[in-house]
Design a protein around this ligand. Structure first.
Ligand code: MV4
Length: 504
């Protein structure tokens, strides 16, 4: 049983995990790169150790060094967070070999879900629906794939077995273009994953991306925590998530069927700890297993807000060998949660990453608002890691209340020094399709435009004049509050103390 945890990550998720450890009374060890010497997770932990230079390969991806630090510091468990070493079978195994608890699934489960063709075959045997495609788990040659393609039907998708995140994926409209696309997909998969193996799936058009959070303990108990709607994304980067999904919402029967299937998929690989089953859902509400994420996810807070379950604490309890604290019937969906990913990027300039110092940051607060972040005023956003600077999560009794609250929170949120995608989220909150919950995975790329924000630009001179007047007015007001500087070099502080003495 461990009581000191090393967090093998950075940023908001490292802070999130540290907080769970703190509440559970555990000691914490942080690791950091040269770019993160001043980071929040380093300040928050009981101890912190340097990993190396800023690039991830020289720091957060150095599994052996991280294990060495754990042993040296007396930590007896490692939480990998998401990204970096999470979902690396070899790292999970190396932790166990070193006698450390790994706060996550067994290496065998990570491996079984890591190969997408193996995962497809495994969950199919457990009765989980998958999109029609190539069957089995062996690797197939181009000639075999070309022969199988017409039976699956066009349009279809070539996918990398080592894939995820859309890398090595190609849409095929007809047989004639397939040899070229196979070649391109294999080459991309080879360079991204060092594995050029691919498989085929029928293309599901206009689908939603809905995922189910599951929890499983080492005693054979497994439950689901409902779904998350994750269709709002751009180039496979999620931008906003909701719980529940507006597409499922009142359809409790569908939620339970998807939940049961998700639990079955997890059990098919002997899954223990927290995990997520991704589904494609078509417009007729048919759902198909896509893949399983064998880790804590970025968007876990929306599930926490509506179920009241602290997923990170559950992960730690599960890793300590405890029984799940909830049975399926204990899990209730209460209200609505929305998460906006606040990224350091410029939505007016093709979402270009923005780097530099955060001069000022005023996060929103108040009822129903949660901000998970790893930054603070003065922190430098470097180009070495992803651009996520914070997650703004709101809860409301209804979806409408959550949207209004998100609008209010986005207005309150002030970040100076770097560009952020806050204007994108504000435009999204005003979009009729978003408000109606009518969107699929193509929405942001194909139907959404930031220029909605520029409607009525004829009024710009007028708006500018009003703003100038307001600013001038505010500055006059502020000046009235500043105590007049005395002659010569008398500071306001000296003036104040003299004034106080005179008052006695
Ligand atoms: C699909 C699909 C349509 N049909 N599979 C993209 C990333 C990878 N995890 C799976 N992906 C997709 N697989 C079939 N058979 C559409 C996507 C897809 C997608 C999925 C989830 C979230 C966003 C997406 C954006 C584009 C395509």
């Amino acid at each position: 049983m461990f009581s000191k945890v090393l967090i093998a990550n950075r940023g908001e998720i490292a802070v999130r995990i540290l907080r769970a450890c703190r509440e559970l009374g555990m000691q914490t060890v942080a690791v950091f790169s040269d770019a993160d010497r001043q980071a929040l997770h380093v300040r928050y932990a009981d101890e912190a150790y340097r990993l190396g230079a800023a690039p991830a390969r020289e720091s957060y991806l150095r599994g052996e060094r991280i294990i060495e630090i754990a042993l040296k510091s007396g930590a007896t468990a490692i939480h990998p967070g998401y990204g970096f070493l999470a979902e690396r079978t070899d790292f999970a195994q190396a932790c166990l070999d070193a006698g450390l608890a790994y706060i996550g699934p067994k290496p065998s489960a990570i491996a079984a879900m890591g190969d997408k063709a193996v995962a497809r075959a495994t969950v199919t045997r457990a009765g989980v629906p998958v999109v029609p495609g190539t069957e089995g788990e062996g690797s197939l040659r181009d000639e075999e794939l070309l022969e199988l393609a017409p039976g699956i039907g066009f349009p279809l998708l070539i996918k990398a077995t080592a894939g995820g995140g859309g890398k090595g994926m190609r849409e095929v409209r007809e047989l004639a273009e397939m040899p070229g696309l196979l070649h391109a997909a294999r080459r991309e998969a080879e360079s991204s994953f060092g594995d050029g193996n691919v498989y085929l799936e029928k293309l599901v058009e206009g689908a939603r991306h809905i995922e189910i959070q599951i929890l499983a303990d080492a005693h054979g108990n497994a439950i689901h925590l409902g779904e998350r709607e994750c269709s709002l994304q751009r180039r496979h980067q999620k931008l906003l998530e909701e719980c529940p999904s507006p597409f499922i919402n009142e359809d409790e029967d569908m939620r339970q069927r998807m939940g049961d299937v998700a639990v079955r998929a997890a059990q098919a690989v002997g899954y223990v700890n927290a995990g997520t089953i991704e589904f494609l859902v078509d417009k007729d509400k048919n759902f198909y297993f896509l893949e399983m994420n064998t880790r804590l996810q970025v968007e876990h807070p929306v599930t926490e807000m509506v179920t009241g379950v602290d997923i990170v604490k559950e992960q730690i309890r599960i890793a300590r060998g405890r029984q799940l604290r909830y049975a399926q019937e204990d899990v209730l969906i209460n209200g609505w949660a929305i998460e906006c990913r606040i990224n350091a990027e410029d939505p007016y300039n093709n979402f270009m990453p923005s780097t530099g110092q955060i001069d000022h940051i005023w996060p929103p607060t108040g009822p129903g608002v949660r901000v998970d972040t790893g930054v603070y005023p003065g922190f430098e956003i470097s180009p070495y890691y992803d651009s996520l600077i914070s997650k703004l999560i709101v809860w409301g009794e209804t979806r409408a209340e959550a949207i209004l609250r998100m609008r209010r929170a986005l207005e309150e949120y002030k970040i100076v020094g770097v560009h952020t995608n806050i204007p994108f989220h504000q435009t999204l909150m005003d979009s009729h399709r978003f408000m109606a919950g009518q969107y699929d995975t193509r929405f942001v790329e194909e139907r959404f435009s930031m220029s909605i924000a520029h409607e009525g630009k004829d009024n710009y001179p007028e708006i500018a004049a009003i703003l100038a007047t307001l600013v001038a007015h505010q500055q006059t007001q502020r000046a009235a509050h500043i105590i007049q500087r005395g002659e010569r070099d008398t500071s306001n502080w000296k003036w104040l103390s003299r004034w106080e003495r005179l008052q006695r």
